[in-house]
Design a protein around this ligand. Sequence first.
Ligand SMILES: [Zn+2]
Length: 373
Amino acid sequence: MRYDKDKIRESLTQEEVHKILIDLGSKEPFQGNQYQTVCHGGHKHKLYYYHESKTFHCYTDCSRNMDIYDVVIGAKENQGYKYSLNKAVEYVARLTNKGFGFSSSIKISNDIIDDWNWINKIKHIKDRQIKTLPEYDSRVMDLFLPYPHEAWLDEGISYETQQKFNISYYLKGERIVIPHYDINNRLIGIRGRAMLQEDIDAGKKYMPLTIENRLYNHQIMLNLYGLNKTKDAISRLRKAVIFEGEKSVLKCEDYYRDNNFSVASCSSQITDMHRNILLSLGVEEVIICQDKFRAQKEDETDEKYEAAIESYQKTLLKFASKFTPYVRTYIVWDDMNLLDYKESPCDKGKDVLEELLRNKYEIGTIEGVENEL
Ligand SMILES: [Zn+2]
């Protein structure tokens, strides 16, 4: 969300800018706006701040226009710290007590919960039964064409990956077949991705398949897609990424092969059962990696849109709070505007996914969040 960091920059008062520059190591400015060139580690008062445009200009070494974040990143680099843009935004927000994105509601902290407490909780979770879903007769798969669909090949999901996950095609229903298995490789549901525009327009893009009057649905909230294939990597690496859609798991299969530690919730919910399943695999780290929020609607005011974003963030926080007492928990949030609206963090390729992962937010144990939500 570019929106957040822009909003913070635009809202900076001259006093706040002053506070930041002093904190970055400048002495008192000349003429009220000529700071020392902390941007490149210099001492001359040649870093001018222009309050109207909220920009800086360094008239010596950098000799360019910068915003507050550029100045922070430069100054920190000269002090020996590597600051990402996100970290610079966080620094500015903290210093000026401004809420931004997640940090308004989150205590970004590395507080380690009491060890014994933690072990007890893990044990508690392990004792819990993970619900076993009813199994369908896997012979139903014989009704489908066992071939990957061109549309998905074009999207970069390889033939091998589609074979591995038994992606097939249902000619009669004109749907790409996505079989869902539980962690023990039992067929528990079959979803179809509509290829007919009329089905898509009717809001039936992803639906459980009906074959010979039988609906192959399942309780999505009780299973994680992909786990039958990715559980070994998840156990070995002790971490999991939770995407929203099945395709994300398939794309990560092509990016990471044997190290694919992703699963998909396949809805906009992450549930207690999802958490229990992952904890049973011994994960120590969970990354919530849901699709980017939608665009602003034409008839939607800025305030309404802002409120909708905030509510989406709260939902993500609620999901995170299911994990924070047990494992390190992160949320991926596209501050840098690398994704289009409603895209999955893996839709723009491996490099973008990794950039987003590098800038993920660590979520501390959030006191009172459950009550608040
Ligand atoms: Zn400079």
